[in-house]
Every structure is written in C-alpha cells, then in structure tokens.
Ligand binder design. Structure first.
Ligand code: SF4
Length: 361
C-alpha cells in the first residue's frame, strides 16, 4: 500500500499541480486512449487541478466501448443456438447488440457464464467435454497475449470443444487514424498497460509523422499529472516526442515474449471499431493453424446487419468530437442501470464515468 500511496501523496500532487498551473497561458487538448485512465481522471477529479486552457478528451481506449454492435449480435446469436457455453467478461454481458444483450439471452435460457480470465474458460471446456465453450476474446495488446496463451494451452491439451470469438484489437492503427483524421490533439496520454507489452516503439510515428507528443502514463493521480506536465513542456518547447512516465512498469522494449506469443497465434486483419469504423490491420484473428478454435469460421450462425442504438452518440464520444453531456439520452434514458450504449456499460466507459462522478460530486 505504501507503494500506491506514494503516487497519491497530497504533497506530490500539489507540487505537480503547481507546476502545471504555471502553464496557465498554454492552450492545449490532450487525449487519453485508455479506459483505466478515463476512470482515474474522473475518480480523482484531475480536471479540477488543471488550468482553464487545458482540456482532456477521452479516446477509444475502453475495450468494451470500442467493441462494435455486430460483434455483440454475433455473440448473442451463438448464445441463442442453445448448445454452447458462452464464457465472457462481466462487462460484455450488458452491452447492447442491435435488439438484445447477452444478459437477456441468458434470461431466455442461453448458457452465458461470466469468467475473469481465459483460464476459467479453459476449465469450463475441460469439465464440459460434450459442449462447445466459446470464449469472447476482447481487448487490446494488454489482453491478447493471455488469449494467445490460452489458445496454445487448448492446443497442447487437445481441447477440441474450446474456441474463441475474437474482437481483439491493436492500438497503433487506431492512433494513426485519430492523428490523421480526428480532432486536433496536442498530446496523447498513452496507455500504461498496453505499453507494458508493446514498449515505447509503437508511438514513435506520432511525433515523427504528425508532430504530436506522446507520454506513457500510469494510473495513479501523480502518474497522470506527471504525464500532463511532460506533455505541456513538449507543447511549449515545440519538441514533440515519446516519453515514458511509467518506468516502474513499462520497459522501453516492452515484453517481447508476450508479443511473440501473440504474433504466433494471431494475424492482423482490418476490423471495425465502434466510433472509428473500419480500421486497417487493427484486428487480430487466429492464424490458419488454429482455425479449429475460431468460432467465427467454425460455427454457422445467421447474424442480421447491425443496428446502432437509436440516439446514442458513443461513436462521436470515442473520437473526442462530443462529450457525454452532448447526448440527449445522458442521465435520462441512459444511465448505468439502463445503459443504451456501450460507453455507459463499462466501468471504463466515458459516459459511465461522467455519470458516476458527476452524480457523486
Ligand atoms: S449517454 Fe448513453 S446513449 Fe448517450 S452516448 Fe453515452 S452511452 Fe450512448
């Protein structure tokens, strides 16, 4: 606890906030592309410590939020076939598809089970040899290596009733799309846990090609303030670059072993992100040698073309061009007890955080 408290120390925070306040004449917009950052920024009310000219925007960093409606429809259709066990992280159960959710499918009799890791999904496959267990694999470079390890384990054990429905995504193509087509951003707070795997290298093209700085940040208040301070210095110096403000967890080279494992199991494909649309080479699907574990290729199911939730502007929020308060449904028809869009479902979602901490505060 002492370790954590160091990064929540009032004196450290006040000192950093004081240094940031000295940039009161600087106008800048910084974007965090990580759901855990979004959560910390709201939870610790970081904006209240920043000068008026500095704006923080949330980007497409919450894995549940960027998972498109079509994927949910596919998962729900598989669940409704009735024969399979769907193993999923808890947040995904309430994400609306076009007409239903996994939660509703479960209430109608589908076997949808919440798991905390792929290890639990593998155990379900071992203990239910007569049924197909489909693991809903979502997330970025942070979780894809764990899925890869699970797939390799299933192969080793010859677990023929185990498969995955992959919506895994990688960050660099989405960052490239944001930098080239999105709102004007003066700096990115880069995701700490993605960077534990990728290292610093994946961000280098952003300052080089787009002249925008990147700082890898941890999740405690002092971590986030330090990253903001470093970005402000980059803006005023006119020297955008990649800096690592989370050295206690992120090595320059990341985790090459985890990346190797990921690359041995997955290949990149164009994929859809909620909000961003189709992003080239940003999705991960199983390589040919693991095709027997690919639920999308192995199990035939009818999925209607997806329909976005009416009135939901999640897509615009994920691109940073709208705020939750711009949505007419925010806090009225849409709240954590009745989420209309994915950004209200996840604890990392921008809408849920805006609702929760606005209400609390
Ligand atoms: S408040 Fe609800 S409906 Fe509006 S954008 Fe957020 S998730 Fe979508």
């Amino acid at each position: 606890m002492k370790y954590i408290s160091e990064y929540r120390d009032r004196q450290v925070i006040d000192r950093l906030a004081g240094q940031i306040a000295s940039f009161r004449d600087t106008k800048a917009v910084f974007m965090e592309v990580c759901g855990t950052h979004t959560m910390s920024i709201h939870r610790f009310d970081i904006p209240s410590l920043l000068p008026a000219g500095l704006r923080l925007l949330s980007g497409p960093g919450c894995p549940v939020c960027v998972t498109p409606v079509g994927y949910m429809d596919h998962a729900i259709a598989l669940a409704r076939q009735g024969k399979h066990i769907i193993a999923t992280f808890g947040d995904l159960v309430r994400v609306p598809g076009s007409t239903s959710t996994l939660e509703k499918a479960r209430a109608e009799g589908a076997d949808v089970r919440t798991v905390y890791s792929i290890t639990e999904a593998l155990e379900l496959a071992r203990t239910h040899p007569g049924r197909k267990v489909i693991f809903l694999a979502i997330g970025f470079e942070t979780t894809a290596p764990a899925t890869a390890a699970g797939v390799l384990q299933a192969q080793k054990e010859q677990l023929r009733n185990f498969c995955i429905l992959s919506a895994h995504k990688v960050m660099p193509p989405a960052l490239e799309m944001l930098a080239s087509e999105g709102v004007k951003i003066d700096g990115y707070l880069c995701p700490g846990h993605v960077s534990v795997i990728t290292g610093e290298e994946i961000y280098r093209f952003i300052p080089r090609k787009y002249g925008v700085g990147c700082v890898i940040a941890g999740f405690e208040p002092a971590d986030i303030l330090l990253a903001i301070l470093l970005l402000l210095k980059q803006v005023t110096d006119g020297k955008p670059r990649v800096e690592n403000a989370y050295k206690r967890a992120v090595r320059k080279e990341g985790n090459p072993k985890a990346r190797e494992m990921m690359e041995s199991v997955f290949r990149p494909v164009d994929t859809e992100w909620r909000g961003l649309g189709m992003v080239k080479k940003s999705g991960l699907v199983l390589r040919e040698e693991f095709a027997s574990m690919d639920a999308a290729g192995q199990i035939r199911v009818m999925v209607e073309p997806p329909v976005e939730p009416q009135g939901c502007i999640c897509g615009q929020i994920l691109k940073g061009i709208a705020a939750p308060s711009d949505c007419p449904l925010f806090g009225k028809m849409c709240h954590p007890g009745n989420p209309v869009g994915a950004c209200m479902v996840s604890s990392e979602g921008t809408c849920q955080n805006a609702f929760k901490f606005q209400s609390d505060g």
